[in-house]
Design a protein around this ligand. Structure first.
Ligand SMILES: Cc1cc2nc3c(=O)[nH]c(=O)nc-3n(C[C@H](O)[C@H](O)[C@H](O)COP(=O)(O)OP(=O)(O)OC[C@H]3O[C@@H](n4cnc5c(N)ncnc54)[C@H](O)[C@@H]3O)c2cc1C
Length: 430
């Protein structure tokens, strides 16, 4: 590589090892090692991208230093790095918001506690549940069974049903008082509403619909991965200068731990400083989701999904027959939803539901990335497609090349005879 025109230097005492330069460098020429960034002069081209983004101005070029400009700037802001580091260090621990209604917890909360446990163990810190509602002590105890060390509770009749304002105020009080480093919330209708309200008030970042969460080995920051640009790339997002680091995760993306009823949880109680007059929204009637007779795709054990290869809406009658014979539910690709063949409640994928069934049968679905991100963690995938090159076969455990109108009736026959589930799942549980 040609010698760089400018030689990069670092004021080690000002570096806070935030890793911004590392993320920005297009040449992989700077890395955080321990508590300081280290420059690899073999790779550095002197492009200056790291200098521009460094939040503490600890990077500069030799010539510029000789002119005294950079030193003057650094001297003028000597406390920025220390202030930022001290502020960030106040935030410790991983928290999960526990979504509940009348004591019934949304399973995504247990799934997030499973992931939260892993993150807290890597960071060697506490995992806490944030529980708001009325009569929620039982929920807090359950959170302990699913991995929480501590539960922060706000128990108040005003929290009997979800309303943004009192729930956000309660969460903000807890976060201001106890300063968690990471807050995870389910990407449900409620979670999407609450997380946005909290993050806005806290002036912190919020990464929605994460599909991967892990701790960066160098910086200890939360690496939040999610699909970007229509699902064509996966973006990893870091929240470097604000706390807490906040992410939402859709149901079924993470896995819950098996509950351990012997696990104890420490309970911390706080009060809600809100009155009914402050809220501005009253609950006239509460109708649980279960009343709406929606297909419970996210937690279904068996899904029989159809794609454009069905050729017409009538194809879904066949898929329904197969689903009924197997004790499952019907899913769909977006192409069929967009064509009006079936309702959006059935859509699986990036802009539909994420599912994790034991058995996923995909008939006439090509396997576009936006579909696969919603179903690729299924235990067993059976793909039926007339095109042997279809992408869906890349992730299928069983691939059947053929016309679905010949294959599916045969599967229905076998399912009705009662031996298909056992054959496909291989454990005799069906
Ligand atoms: C931002 C964005 C978000 C998206 N979100 C989603 C999403 O959430 N979910 C989703 O599914 N898609 C989503 N899509 C669309 C996605 O890119 C694909 O267009 C879509 O998944 C294709 O659906 P399909 O597989 O049913 O149709 P096609 O891609 O048209 O595939 C039809 C398949 O059927 C096969 N076939 C045809 N006839 C038969 C037959 N008789 N027997 C057997 N096989 C047959 C063909 O070989 C083909 O492989 C999204 C796209 C974008 C840009």
């Amino acid at each position: 590589m040609a010698k760089p025109k400018r030689k990069l230097q670092i004021i080690a005492g000002k570096c806070i090892a935030c890793g911004v330069c590392e993320g920005e460098c297009p040449f992989d020429a700077i890395h955080v090692e321990g508590d300081v960034a280290v420059i690899d002069y073999e790779k550095c081209t002197g492009c200056g991208k790291c200098v521009k983004v460094c939040p503490t101005d600890c990077l500069f070029f030799e010539g510029e230093q000789a002119k005294g400009e950079k030193q003057a700037e650094v001297a003028a802001v000597p406390d920025v790095a220390a202030d930022l580091a001290a502020r960030l260090a106040e935030y410790q621990g991983v928290w999960v918001y526990i979504e509940q209604s009348a004591g019934q917890v949304h399973p995504v909360s247990w799934e997030l506690l499973g992931k939260g446990r892993e993150l807290a163990d890597v960071l060697d810190c506490e995992l806490a549940a944030m529980v708001l509602g009325e009569n929620v002590d039982g929920v807090a105890l359950q959170a302990g069974h699913y991995g929480a060390d501590k539960a922060y509770i706000i128990d108040n009749p005003l929290l009997a049903h979800y309303r943004t304002y009192p729930f956000a105020e309660g969460c903000l009080k807890l976060i201001h008082n106890y300063k968690p480093a990471i807050v995870l919330i389910g990407a449900t209708t409620l979670g999407r509403d609450l997380s946005g309200a909290i993050a806005t008030d806290l002036h912190t970042g919020l990464t929605a619909d994460c599909t991967g969460l892990e701790i960066d080995a160098h910086s200890g920051l939360l690496r939040q991965t999610r699909p970007a640009f229509g699902g064509n790339i996966m973006a990893t997002i870091l929240c470097r200068e604000h706390r807490p680091q906040m992410s939402t995760v859709r149901p079924r993306v993470m896995e819950a731990l098996a509950p351990d009823e012997t696990r104890q949880v420490e309970i911390v109680r706080e009060t809600l400083e809100v009155s009914e007059e402050d809220i501005g929204v009253t609950v006239e009637q509460f109708r649980p989701d279960a009343d709406l007779d929606k297909p419970n795709l996210q937690y279904a054990e068996i899904i029989c999904a159809g794609g454009r290869g069905l050729g017409s809406p009538r194809g879904f009658e066949l898929m329904k027959e197969l689903a009924e014979a197997l004790g499952g539910v019907v899913g769909a690709s977006r192409a069929t939803v967009d064509a009006g063949w079936i309702s959006h409640d059935h859509q699986i994928g990036q802009t539909g539901y994420t599912v994790r069934p034991r058995l996923y049968i995909a008939a006439g679905i090509s396997g576009a990335i936006q579909h696969r991100v919603g179903m690729q963690t299924s235990d067993t995938v059976v793909a039926i497609n007339s095109d042997p090159e279809a992408n869906i076969f890349q992730i299928a455990d069983y691939g059947i090349v053929g016309d679905l109108y010949e294959v599916v009736p045969e599967l229905i026959k076998q399912a009705k005879a009662g031996n298909l589930k056992e054959k496909l799942l291989g454990d005799g549980s069906g």
